[in-house]
Design a protein around this ligand. Structure first.
Ligand code: FEO
Ligand code: CA
Ligand code: CA
Length: 655
């Protein structure tokens, strides 16, 4: 039985919408129960909307009273998506993975499955850190599928990458006592974080299996040596007793979504890293303390209590260690000896992902969300250009370039504002002595530039068919009626929404864009919802969108996180929606996950015949003794897993 200490009981009573308290505690360190860490007085778009409304005649108010532009007329010329061929399923609260008729799924790999020669079989009652280091980690999130050999188009043999975002110790350890973990338990947790590379094969029927032994199989954990690279590497704020160089760091924390580069590396995004650290009240340097507070670092003890065993998580002993987390990490899955690199040029915040596109001139663009209420949307544009003929020349492209943050104007225009030392207010007089400091304190720099506060930006991803960028806001129940604006149009936004962005000239390298609302999620009967103007009597209810991907026709596939806490109060799932053509906005539910799980990392194989998804934290909200889910095996405990979904007739998914 999970035992809650008094303070833990307290957090279970703190306001958090309707989500499972366990989700809030372990996933994001009770972010909802904490004060919003963005105290900047950046104008909410609302502040200027009245003026804009009187000035601009092209703003169209939807029937719902939301301010919605009619979409980008230029896109009428773009290739039409649509022709989705499956019949929608309904919302579910069953402890089963449900799929549209005509589709099947198999579990590719689950938490604890061995991935190294001689690794022990998973044993819930007797599981050590050593066992965990040789096995698939916990809470799989971002997924990448990289053909073998490198550079081939082979879709039947590949490397599968999965992030391991966080751990649910109450579902991992019999007798776990919240607030009083043992060192052995903490060591298993450290080893269950990070990511995995496993070799997989796809069979003739479309099912996918992993190879327990392969030269490529690898675990990366919260202890794996990594390199800090780019403009902030070596800065005094990155130096610790264990690493006086400020260039070597152990492990990555809370890696949520990510991206895959055209040169076959994976980008893994450190998200809610703040929750692993303790004791900001005891930091004597006021500058550091203020930056840590801006990133939501705990004033006193952490929820996980790792600081009881490791000084690096105790700010009173190592006040700089958090500066070494919150980065985008680049990993080469084709090279099992590769030292992962934290790319400081891409900024430091609660990175959701880093989806890659190319500018018209070949520069590499990473779109990124800072997933917290009232945080910002970013993109990075490399200085150098992608060279398809020379993989090695691309490997350090992400060390030099410009980081931008988004400002959205109420007239449907927007700008990418460069986070460059010396530009505008980013000077020593305002606390920024160098580009390194701009990058380490990205949030503080973005505050000064007047970026737009959003409703928890998750995936930002470019539709490879149309070039439009979609920005997913998962929810924000803290937004008040006074803070509503055109880009975040709902108070108490429990259901989330998705923006559509067109870069100027449809060029990912542009610094200006136009934007509109694509979906305002929820129950279609709720008048505040909007489905790109599509007939609301036909669409599937959808809420809390998190990660998206696109099929070969340019349809968007949405994975959700937290529908149990939304107004829909159901399990999470996968939903498909055309972005163009007559069915633009016609959301259809494709899959429903087992109880307590979110769905992560949806990604198609290049041939569109397999869809991978991460079933993360099944059973969250229950305990080992009183399980909410026993998916996928029906015994012991629920186990986070990667699934491979296929069409029974072997065809392209969605057709
Ligand atoms: Fe880990 Fe923003 O989801
Ligand atoms: Ca996510
Ligand atoms: Ca994505």
């Amino acid at each position: 039985m999970i035992k809650l200490e008094p303070d833990a009981q307290e957090f279970h009573q703190a306001p958090r919408g309707n989500r499972s308290p366990a989700t809030c505690h372990w996933k994001c360190g009770d972010a909802c129960a904490q004060p919003v860490p963005n105290p900047s007085d950046n104008a909410y778009v609302r502040d200027v909307i009245e003026e804009a409304l009187t000035r601009r005649s092209f703003l169209a108010a939807s029937a719902a009273g939301l301010f919605v532009l009619s979409g980008f007329s230029a896109l009428a010329r773009a290739q039409a998506s649509g022709n989705i061929g499956f019949k929608a399923i309904g919302l579910s609260t069953e402890d089963r993975l449900l799929l549209a008729q005509g589709y099947s799924a198999n579990v590719v790999i689950r938490w604890g499955d061995p991935i190294a020669r001689g690794a022990r079989r998973f044993d819930l009652a007797n599981w050590s850190a050593r066992d965990q280091e040789a096995a698939f980690g916990y809470n799989c999130d971002y997924i990448s599928y990289l053909p073998l050999p490198y550079g081939s188009a082979n879709q039947n043999r590949a490397l599968l990458w999965a992030n391991h975002e966080y751990t649910n110790p109450e579902l991992m350890f019999p007798g776990y006592s919240a607030g009083k973990p043992t060192k052995e338990q903490v060591d298993v947790e450290l080893a269950a974080h990070g990511g995995s590379v496993v070799e997989v094969v796809r069979a003739a029927d479309g099912s996918v299996e992993y190879l327990p032994v392969s030269q490529f199989n690898r675990r990366i954990t919260a202890l794996t040596p990594m390199e800090l690279t780019g403009p902030a590497a070596g800065h005094p704020w990155l130096q610790t007793k264990a690493d006086p160089t400020g260039r070597r760091v152990l492990g990555m924390l809370n890696n949520c979504a990510g991206g895959t580069t055209p040169w076959g590396t994976v980008l893994s995004a450190e998200e809610n890293f703040n929750q692993y650290f303790a004791g900001n009240d005891g930091v004597s340097n006021e500058t550091l303390k203020k930056i840590h507070a801006r990133y939501g670092l705990p004033a006193k003890e952490s929820g996980r209590r790792w600081e009881a065993f490791y000084d690096r998580f105790d700010l009173t002993k190592e006040p700089n260690e958090p500066f070494r987390h919150g980065w985008i990490v680049e990993i080469d899955p084709y090279d099992p000896t590769f030292t992962p690199k934290k790319r400081t040029a891409l900024g430091r915040f609660k990175h959701e992902g880093a989806e890659i596109s190319l500018a018209a001139d070949g520069r590499v663009v990473a779109y990124m969300g800072d997933d917290e209420r009232f945080e910002y949307m970013y993109k990075f544009v490399s200085k150098g250009r992608f060279n398809p003929a020379d993989r090695k020349a691309n490997l350090d492209l992400l060390d030099e370039g410009t980081l931008y943050v988004a400002r959205l104007n109420p007239d449907g225009t927007g700008e990418w504002l460069p986070l460059v030392f010396g530009n505008g207010p980013l000077t020593a007089a305002n606390g920024f002595a160098s580009q390194a400091e701009v990058l380490i304190n990205t949030r503080g720099a973005a505050d000064l530039l007047g970026a737009t506060k959003m409703d928890r930006p998750e995936d930002l991803e470019r539709n490879p068919v149309t070039g439009l960028v979609y920005a997913v806001m998962t929810n924000n129940s803290r937004r008040t009626a006074a803070q509503v604006d055109r880009a975040n149009p709902r108070p108490d936004n429990k259901d989330g929404h998705i923006l559509e962005i067109m870069e100027e000239g449809n060029d990912a390298g542009a610094t200006r864009f136009r934007w509109t609302l694509f979906l305002v999620c929820g129950d279609p009967k709720d008048p505040s919802t909007f489905f790109a103007g599509f007939d609301k009597t036909k669409v599937s209810p959808v809420a809390t969108p998190d990660n998206i991907t696109f099929d070969r026709a340019g349809n968007m596939w949405i994975a959700t996180d937290g529908m149990d806490g939304s107004n829909l109060k159901s399990n999470d799932g996968i939903f498909a929606v055309p972005t163009q053509g007559p069915e633009r906005g016609y959301v259809r539910q494709f899959m429903s996950a087992p109880r307590g799980a979110e769905v992560c990392g949806p990604i198609f194989t290049a041939d569109g015949r397999t869809l991978f998804a991460g079933i993360q934290h099944p059973g969250e909200g229950g305990t080992l003794e009183k399980p909410l889910s026993l998916w996928p095996d029906g015994v012991g405990t629920a186990r986070p897993s990667v699934v491979a979904i296929r069409k029974d007739d072997g065809g392209v998914i969605g057709t």
